[in-house]
Design a protein around this ligand. Sequence first.
Ligand code: BES
Ligand code: MN
Ligand code: ZN
Length: 498
Amino acid sequence: MIAIDVKAGHAHKQRDDAVVLALLDGRKLTESGKALQQETGKQIPSFLRKFDHSGDFGVSGTLYDLEGTFTQRVVFFGAGDEKKLTLQKLRQLASKAARSLQQSGARDVSFYFSELGVRGATVAEKVQALAEGVWLGLYTFDKYQTKKKENNRDLRSITLMVPSRRDLDECEAAVARAKAIASGTNFARDLANEPGNVCTPEFLGDQAAALVHDKLKVTVMDKAAIEKAGFTALLAVNQGSAKEPRFIVLDYQGGQQADAPVALVGKGLTFDAGGISIKPAAQMDEMKFDMCGSAAVLGIFKAAIEMNLPINLLGVIASTENLLGAAAYKPGDIVTSYKGVTIEVLNTDAEGRIILSDALAYAAEQKPAEIIDFATLTGACVIALGAQASGLLGTGEDVIKGLEKSGEYTYDRVWRLPLFEEYQEQIKSQIADIKNTGGREAGTITAACFLSRFVDDIPWAHLDIAGTAWDMKGTDISPVGATGAGVRLLIDYLCRKL
Ligand code: BES
Ligand code: MN
Ligand code: ZN
């Protein structure tokens, strides 16, 4: 990740390769823009007069060799209507600006964006959003492209200019927070973008083990250990795969020893072909992303370590492939889970809830203060909410309210669906305790009903990230592929507890 620092100072004095300013609707200059214009005479007004846009969001224009400055170029970046600015718009603006300067040949640049008005936000909050936007937006996953694009002068540093020296301390802390959050998010993206032949359950276990740290203990169970522990539901899904499963436990002790941890549980399907109830071929490649829940959990631990969060966390990940080998589990099979609950398998493609049943039951046994799980669980959630929000369901009212608040603040958004008692009817089995599908109606809800059977009475929230975990078009702050959904959300949620 490139270097970001914070400074206060006038635009006309900067010696960077580029000075980047915002331009508001109607070609209106910001305070820094006005100050620069005062120092430099007629060039800016005449440049802006010829400018063929009026400050529309994300559109830019470059003015070279502005007299009275020390920089090669001044770039005006449209920020749109100042009244409509939000922290998310700042992330997008910083990302767009960083991406466009990446191709310009400039190495060291300064952004005058933190002076833009966002209702209710402090300078430090704006700086954090800007830094997140830069680091999230510049993320790439190109390790498998053997012919790299020639870029002889890569962007090297971005200075986020702040209005006053008094803001510097707080803004430096804000950049450090953004760095931890972005590195956790980008780590989750890296894991998820790996193809299924590289990112196997064993690989996930190794990646988790590599996070070990003074405050973090990691236990990775192989197949023999999983058999011994009795994670039979995970083993049932694993039957069709030639690769061993993994059960991963992370224990982060940042808080008081006696404090019950927040448990984070992740679905780690490194490839979901559907099993015997095989999926259609179209877009099946995207099912390498079916481990994004586990990637989010690992990304959150990475960020928590980097931020030295004073809180206890328990991570639990169940990981396997869902394939069609000769020993594969079949529709009609009855699986007795780790908790003892019997599951009638009606569709082998509803495998996520099956492996999560063991992970959640194990997490609940550890008596955490609350449980939050992350899973690319249902296609129905993609239909309901699309890519704009993760599904949120559960039994812990405070957890859910907290996640809703953090979702709004971070723009890693969530939307609640109900978990009415009546929906539980849909997963009643004639022959076992429960069945693993609840029919076409309310598919996201009945999947959550299934999970609810394994969390005892511990306050619990479930995040269905099926629609948000990856994006094959890419967004302003996330290129094509995994988005790292859930990491920003949870770090904010955990920080609000401190
Ligand atoms: N991993 C899928 C859910 C999924 C589908 C996520 C598409 C993202 C995009 C999950 O294991 C699954 O296959 N769920 C089934 C459940 C059904 C058989 C009850 C589904 O949603 O179709
Ligand atoms: Mn499936
Ligand atoms: Zn799946």
